[in-house]
Design a protein around this ligand. Structure first.
Ligand SMILES: Nc1ncnc2c1ncn2[C@@H]1O[C@H](COP(=O)(O)OP(=O)(O)OP(=O)(O)O)[C@@H](O)[C@H]1O
Ligand SMILES: [Mg+2]
Length: 236
């Protein structure tokens, strides 16, 4: 058995009186794809943001065996990339400039190779390298946000709601590119997704979160067949 890449132990997030995440523990192995599903307000985004160290939290997060410092820049440098909810791109920068912004902490010489990998997976982006990102369609902006997350060469890519606001057809396109990107590059994936069925088809393991806690966890295929899935997912 390989050592986990990401280990979360007793993680808690609190906003004043609101306990958004309550002592959550789980692990992600290298190269593994994990989905987090659950109703609105379950604490899914808070969990990803806490791991990325952009919101304060209690508990322990270990990455590649080391305690993860509470410093977002260090987290990126260590190999964790977060594509936040709402596909934020720099609208006035070109597609190419957005991709380079994702690589800002890197000093290596492999940028061209990674740029080529990204444009192969997202051909829509390669046709629009010199176009400003604000003029892209919603689906193209989501692809760009994911591609930019990849440009920091993460070992773990975290993506919050990749299908939000996308048509079913674009959701399928974005999801399959995301899965191919992480699988071909051996990157672990931690994905929050409203579209539970789609998420469970695209990942190895999954967790259902509700009211800040993990209610169900297991192999994605087993969870998809679980009798309690619908009621938990709908917030019961
Ligand atoms: N900055 C904040 N200040 C205060 N409360 C917050 C803040 N961010 C989130 N919350 C609260 O924490 C809880 C969890 O929110 P969170 O955004 O993590 O849920 P979520 O599972 O991502 O929901 P959604 O599916 O709607 O994106 C909610 O009750 C929310 O209102
Ligand atoms: Mg959220």
């Amino acid at each position: 058995m390989s050592a986990p890449l990401l280990e979360v132990v007793g993680l808690g997030v609190r906003y004043g009186m609101v306990e958004a995440v309550r002592s959550v523990s789980f692990a992600v192995d290298p190269g593994q794809a994990m989905a987090i599903i659950g109703p609105n307000g379950a604490g899914k985004s808070s969990l990803l943001n806490a791991i990325a160290r952009i919101v304060p939290s209690s508990g322990v997060v270990r990455f590649a065996g080391e305690a993860l410092p509470h410093a977002p820049d260090r987290v990126v440098a260590l190999g964790i990339s977060l594509v936040p909810e709402g596909r934020r791109v720099f609208p006035r920068l070109t597609v190419r400039e957005n991709l380079l912004a994702g690589a800002y902490l890197r000093r290596d010489e492999d940028l061209d190779r990674d740029m080529a990998a990204v444009t192969e997976l997202f051909p829509r982006l390669s046709e629009r390298m010199r176009q400003s990102a604000g003029t892209l369609s919603g689906g193209e902006q989501q692809m760009l946000a994911i591609a930019r997350g990849f440009m920091s060469r993460p070992r773990l890519l975290m993506v919050d709601e990749p299908s939000l606001g996308l048509s079913p057809r674009l959701t399928t396109e974005v999801m399959s590119a995301l899965v191919r990107l992480t699988r071909t590059q051996g990157i672990a994936l931690l994905m929050v997704e409203q579209n539970a069925r789609m998420a469970l088809r695209s990942t190895d393991r999954a967790m259902v979160m509700a009211s800040g806690s993990i209610r169900l966890a297991g192999a994605a295929a087993e969870l998809a067949a679980h009798p309690d899935l619908e009621s938990l997912y709908l917030g019961g």
